[in-house]
Structure formats: structure tokens, C-alpha cells
Design a protein around this ligand. Structure first.
Ligand SMILES: *Cc1c(COP(=O)(O)O)cnc(C)c1O
Length: 433
């Protein structure tokens, strides 16, 4: 083997990757090795934290047993709550497959905590698309929204550079606000995600100006990215989806709410009924998968993060503008690449699809989507439908032709998916190496 051969990453011959692209990929990965190493250190720490959570909760094979009907005394369900509480550094957690989505989980928390006449203030600009309808933001009023129930909403925008407006918060927050609401992830925007330190700073301001307020975090896409979660740094409660980071790519559905004990309790009355709360809810044989997913989640979230960092490094080496940059501190697993034209966007998504273990032969096409004024293209071939901890990419076909990609349950396969995206662009004559 020549020194040159030894240096170039070997790709399994089934996948045909251009030699020049491979060399570029090798250099891009070399550049981010310190970043990847730092992610591995966080992965290792968080994995140890998860093992400790399993040990402390005394997880046993008997907890995998299924329950039916009302699910009274389902020990596995209660122990799973304890595992997540320990792993998140929270007083308490409510983890259920019965949450149908992240939006549902956040909705249960909002309706569980807010009462008619209460005022909520979102300090991170316009919330995630699906939450707008839940709140009943102007123009997005849905029947049964918080607004319908007399809960008032106000919003403080982010600064023009997408960072939190701390000065604005100092001025606007008063004890009349019952809830200060924070969205950690960038979602499908170009703003940066929030770090736990930034969330802590917001919580400090909130508690200083409105000591009795509830600081709530939409923690979607943020779990296990740092060593601590927002609830051990000033936030009172947070919620997220199990088919993103905290389900480890194994949980088939579900969500979690974690934070202060009395607040989690209130949310449980909204999930089932006042009075019964968390005491009910059969698990129908889901416990084993939920425990297994929880156990793998810290590692899997790190693998998705490594995939995003590699993607940022490769596409910035190819001359594209990427957000965040490879070295930037991250609070979520999302990577944006501005591909500048629709052909590049379509080719990118087709390549990502080829790198999927399921439905790799499918050719994604742009198509209209409710709620979007342009066509949208999506690439995903996942074991769990809609899972975005598995490698996936979505993009509306409009300026700046940016693609939002996330996931990758293991770095080896996630990296190959990104290489295939670049190769697809090369095949279409859209890259010049
Ligand atoms: C995904 C997501 C949601 C909603 O979760 P769904 O499972 O899609 O309903 C809410 N907020 C943010 C920031 C998200 O990323």
C-alpha cells in the first residue's frame, strides 16, 4: 500500500465516490478532528451519566413487562420516568409513548401549566411552526388554542444577528408574566441555537424580574448535546420528542416532560385526568424499547452531532456557506447548508436518500406542502417514520436554497450519506473540484 493509498479514506466499493472528492473529504475531516474529539468527550460523559441513571433507578428485566388496560402499578413506566429524571438532572420526569409528537408534548405542558388570564412571553422570537397554532399566534389561530382559552401571548424578537435580546428582556419582563418561554433549537430558521449557558442567563433575568414565573424550554433537538440540560441551569421545565435525540433512534414514538416536581405533576393531570395523572397509562410492551433507546441516546445524539460537523466541514471546503460553522458551539443537531440553486438542493437531497438504510432507491421530488409558499423537498429513509435523529434533510425551494439536515444514528453511515449527497451534486455537474 502506497502512503497515498493509506491516507485516503477507504470507501466500500459498492459506493462510487470520486477520488478528488474523497481527498477533499479527508482534509475536511482532518480539520475538524479536535471538534469531533470534543464531541466524543461529551458523549462519553453523558453515556456514563445514563449508565448511572440506570443503576440508580435499579432498572431490571421485570420492568420490560407489558401492561394493558389502565396500567395501574406499571413499575417499568415509573422507573423509566426516574431514569430520565436522573439523566436530565431534573427533579422529576414524565416519559410516555402516549405523547404523539413533540408538538403534543409541548402542548400538554403548556395547557398543564397555564390558566385563563395568564400571560406567556416567548423571548426567542417566533416559535417553531407547529407551536404557533397551539398558542394561537395572530394569523395562526386554531380552534382549541391557548388563545381560545384566554391565555395571552407576547413575543420578544431575537436581535438581528439571531442572538437573545438580554437588554430587551430586562426591560420587558415583569411579574405579570406567568411563563417565560424559550426555544433552544434553531428549528427551520437560520438563527443560532441556544447553549445551556445562554438559557441560564435568560432564566436569571426572568427570575430576577418575575420571581414566580415558570421558565419553560422547548428542548427539541438539544438533548445530550452538552453535559447538562437546561433544567439543571435555571429552567423550571422542558419538553421534547422521543423520535429526536432522547429516544436514541430506537423509541418508536413518544415524548418527555422534565423539571420541577410540582410542575411535572400538573402536566400529568393534563396528559390523563386531574386526580389520576401519572398513575394511569398502560405500556403495551413498549418499555423495553424505550429503556433501550434511552440508554443509547447520549451516544446517538453525539453521532448525529459529529455527522453535522463533518457536513459543515465538507460543504464549506466545497465553497458553500454553512450554519453553524464547523467550529461553532452548538446547542442542537441541525446543520444548514446554503446550496444557492434549486438543482443543487434537489441533487443533495437525492444523495442523502441514497445513503439511507431504508428506501434508498426512492428519488425525492419537490412538492407543495401545506403551510409553505414554495415547494418542499425531503429526504429520509428511516426505521421510524418521521424520525429526525436518523439522517434526513428538508428544504423549501426558495432563496437561499438552504437545506436543513439533521441526524445520523452512527457517524460512519451519516458521513457516507453526506458524501453521497456531494457525489450526487458532482454527477449532476454542479460541483467543480
Ligand atoms: C421538532 C420540533 C418541535 C415539534 O416536534 P414534532 O414532533 O415535529 O411535533 C417543536 N419545536 C422544535 C424546536 C422542534 O425541533
Amino acid at each position: 500500500m502506497s502512503p497515498q493509498e493509506r491516507k485516503t479514506t477507504v470507501v466500500y466499493p459498492y459506493f462510487q465516490i470520486d477520488e478528488a472528492l474523497l481527498k477533499l473529504s479527508e482534509a475536511a475531516e482532518q480539520r475538524v478532528i479536535p471538534v469531533l474529539w470534543e464531541i466524543e468527550r461529551t458523549q462519553r460523559y453523558n453515556q456514563q451519566k445514563m449508565l448511572a441513571a440506570f443503576n440508580r433507578a435499579g432498572v431490571s428485566e421485570s420492568h420490560f413487562a407489558a401492561s394493558t388496560g389502565y396500567g395501574y402499578g406499571d413499575r417499568g413506566r415509573d422507573v423509566l420516568d426516574q431514569v430520565y429524571a436522573y439523566a436530565f438532572g431534573a427533579e422529576d420526569a414524565l416519559v410516555r409513548w402516549n405523547f404523539v409528537s413533540g408538538t403534543h408534548t409541548l402542548t400538554v405542558a403548556l395547557f398543564g401549566l397555564l390558566r385563563p388570564g395568564d400571560k406567556m412571553l416567548c423571548v426567542t422570537g417566533t416559535p417553531y411552526d407547529t407551536i404557533q397554532g397551539v398558542i394561537g399566534i395572530e394569523g395562526r389561530e386554531e380552534p382549541g388554542s391557548l388563545k381560545d382559552f384566554g391565555i395571552l401571548y407576547e413575543q420578544l424578537d431575537l436581535l438581528p444577528d439571531g442572538t437573545p435580546d438580554y437588554k430587551g428582556m430586562e426591560q420587558i419582563i415583569t411579574p405579570e408574566y406567568k411563563m417565560i418561554y424559550i426555544q433552544r433549537s434553531r428549528g427551520y430558521t437560520l438563527r443560532p441555537s441556544l447553549t445551556v449557558a445562554e438559557i441560564e442567563k435568560i432564566a436569571e433575568i426572568a427570575k430576577c424580574k418575575a420571581p414566580d414565573c415558570i421558565v419553560m424550554v422547548d428542548n427539541c433537538y438539544g438533548e445530550f448535546i452538552e453535559r447538562d440540560e437546561p433544567v439543571s441551569h435555571g429552567a423550571d421545565i422542558m419538553a421534547g420528542s422521543l423520535i429526536k435525540n432522547p429516544g436514541g433512534g430506537i423509541a418508536p414514538t413518544g415524548g418527555y416532560i422534565a423539571g420541577k416536581k410540582e410542575l411535572v405533576e400538573l402536566c400529568s393531570y393534563r396528559l390523563t385526568t386531574p386526580g389520576t395523572g401519572r398513575e394511569l397509562g398502560c405500556t403495551l410492551g413498549q418499555n423495553r424499547e424505550l429503556f433501550l433507546g434511552a440508554f443509547h441516546a447520549p451516544h446517538v445524539a453525539g453521532e448525529a452531532l459529529k455527522t453535522a460537523v463533518y457536513g459543515a466541514a465538507l460543504f464549506s471546503a466545497l465553497g458553500y456557506s454553512v450554519t453553524p460553522s464547523p467550529e461553532e458551539k452548538r446547542g442542537d443537531i441541525i446543520q444548514v447548508v446554503e446550496l444557492q440553486n434549486p438543482e443543487a438542493l434537489i441533487a443533495f437531497c437525492r444523495g442523502i436518500q441514497k445513503g439511507a438504510p431504508v428506501d434508498s432507491f426512492v428519488v425525492p421530488e419537490p412538492s407543495p406542502m401545506p403551510g409553505y409558499d414554495s415547494d418542499v423537498i425531503m429526504a429520509a429513509g428511516a426505521f421510524t417514520l418521521g424520525s429526525s435523529i436518523e439522517l434526513s434533510a428538508d428544504a423549501p425551494l426558495r432563496e437561499p436554497y438552504a437545506v436543513w439536515m439533521q441526524g445520523g444514528v452512527n457517524y460512519h453511515s451519516g458521513q457516507l450519506g453526506i458524501l453521497l449527497a456531494a457525489q450526487e451534486m458532482l454527477n449532476a455537474g454542479l460541483l467543480h473540484l
